[in-house]
Design a protein around this ligand. Structure first.
Ligand SMILES: O=C(O)CCc1cccc(O)c1
Length: 497
């Protein structure tokens, strides 16, 4: 950090994406300040799901076990007709996942956020400021000046970079004059969160009831919560559906009286929006500030945490002077197509669920039941695309793919690849590589005894792509596969040492 800066990175918004980014940066020794307008963590649930990739990010921060302790792995996700026939079935509890963590996990967002904020206190270079409201951003060649209203009066800070993790109504986005691309989905839903008293009386799977008379979602959550969502019908107002008697009538068919008590009721409009620019000079957007999607794929929060994981190592390389600022342009180039593909999946699911015309619903049911009978199922909520462009060796086998994390049985229990190899980029090769070529890069020969428990899985990955080495980025996406010397040289050209 240079003398005239208060921190390397100012993060506006200390929700789960902002705090994850703060942790990932602080872990690399950067000084970060996360500022949030609220006094405390928002106490009511919002996101309900994180996938295995997100748990792996939390693993790198040392909080995966704590987060999993308050979460519930999701066994199955069914989309049913009004009559209970299966339109789509995703067996998320079967078949494991590339990171080794359960593929789909139902969470209680306030519990997850509390764990992340508690961890922040372990990093001396990370600061959290609450009740700070951003009022102004000004950037020049060296940094960004940010003005805040705080309980102690106005505060002005200078940071090398500012990241807006400040949600759907992002002030950072607004102050930066960044527009949103509207993907034309706008449906009003009533969200009901409950505290569970009798878990055995609730469905043990996640459900979308594609009933044109009232499209309905019923999903599990962590920390003893359960959620229902009901689509509003034309003519219904928020006031109508938030009435306790109305809610009791909606819940009646679920026979959960006495098994749950109401914690929160709210009407939301489910949107699909993508920011046109994710970086404007020294200001970047992440999470809901950069993209919003309907909840049907459970990917809103996951996409934000992926943004944080993608951005954190790039900001660190640029701030350390090891990579040119242009590396930050690969952030949107990589993340936007990924997010748009996931939004397409969420929209496909949403458009399946949100049909209220009985004839259209009957046609949907007939088509999807026939498709299912023919064994022709669409990709599941865990079928994420690889990175297609950016900081990868484009067009080579494996480039842009998510690199798996094998787990092995060790003396102390399950040992995971990332815990053995540590943070940063890894070059893993079958043959030895000249250390001169890999200066500044963690180079691992597959025969290294530390890699033995994982060697078979990694060898199989390489064999499938007919390659002798793989370079894995700090966010665990593959830079490229090929010759070790070629990969090391390609990486050094982008991320000098
Ligand atoms: O609607 C939600 O918030 C969760 C949807 C979801 C996503 C992935 C798996 C699963 O069982 C449910």
């Amino acid at each position: 950090m240079t003398d005239n800066l208060d921190c390397d990175v100012l993060i506006v918004g200390a929700g789960p994406v902002g705090v994850t980014l703060a942790l990932l940066l602080a872990k690399q020794g950067l000084s970060v300040l996360a500022a949030d307008r609220a006094a405390d963590i928002y106490p009511l649930p919002r996101a309900a799901h994180i996938d295995h990739e997100i748990v792996r990010v939390f693993q790198s921060l040392g909080v995966a076990d704590a987060i999993m302790a308050s979460s519930k792995p999701a066994a199955r996700y069914d989309f049913l007709t009004a009559g209970g026939e299966v339109l789509l079935r995703f067996n998320t509890g079967e078949g494991g996942s590339p990171s080794g963590w359960p593929a789909a996990n139902m969470i209680h967002q306030p519990s997850l956020e509390a764990t992340l904020r508690e961890r922040l206190a372990d990093f001396p270079t990370a600061r959290l400021r609450t009740e700070w409201t951003l009022t102004c951003l000004d950037q020049d060649e060296q940094g960004v000046q940010a003005s805040f209203e705080t309980p102690e009066g106005p505060q002005v800070l200078r940071a090398a970079y500012v990241v807006g993790c400040d949600g759907a109504r992002s002030t950072v986005r607004e102050l930066s004059g960044i527009d949103l691309d509207d993907l034309a989905f706008d449906e009003p839903w009533l969200v009901i969160d409950t505290i569970v008293h009798a878990p055995s009386r609730l469905p043990a799977l996640n459900l979308q009831i594609c009933d044109p008379a009232r499209p309905t979602t019923c999903v599990q959550m962590g920390s003893g919560r359960h959620r229902w969502e009901f689509m509003l019908k034309p003519g219904e107002t928020a006031e109508d559906v938030l009435d306790d008697g109305f809610i009791a009538a909606l819940l009646k068919p679920w026979n959960v009286e006495g098994a749950v008590s109401l914690e929160r009721k709210a009407v939301y409009r489910f949107h699909a929006l993508v920011a046109r620019e994710w970086r404007k000079g020294r200001v970047l957007l992440a999470g809901d500030a950069a993209h919003q999607m309907p909840p049907f794929a459970g990917q809103g929060l996951c996409s934000g945490v992926r943004d944080a994981a993608n951005l954190a190592w790039k900001l660190a390389e640029v701030l350390r002077g090891r990579a040119p600022e242009a590396l930050l342009d690969t952030y949107q180039a990589e993340r936007e197509p990924h997010v748009r593909a996931i939004i397409d999946l969420a929209l496909m699911m949403g458009r399946t669920v949100c049909i209220t015309d009985p004839a259209a619903a009957a046609a949907r049911d007939a088509a999807m039941l026939a498709q299912r009978a023919a064994g022709d199922a669409p990709p599941g909520p865990m079928a994420f695309p690889p990175l297609s462009a950016g900081c990868i060796v484009e067009g080579t086998p494996g480039a842009g793919e998510y690199f798996p994390q094998p787990w092995a049985e060790g003396a102390g229990g399950q040992a995971k690849l990332d815990d053995v190899l540590g943070d940063g980029a890894w070059l893993i090769s079958i043959d030895a590589v000249d250390p001169i070529l890999t200066d500044g890069l963690a180079a691992w020969r597959l025969s290294n005894p530390a890699l033995q428990p994982y060697a078979e899985a990694i060898r199989a990955w390489l064999a499938k792509r007919e390659m002798e080495a793989v370079l894995i980025r700090p966010d665990r996406y593959v830079f490229g596969a090929g010759s070790a010397a070629g990969l090391a040289a390609g990486w050094a050209a982008l991320i000098g040492s």
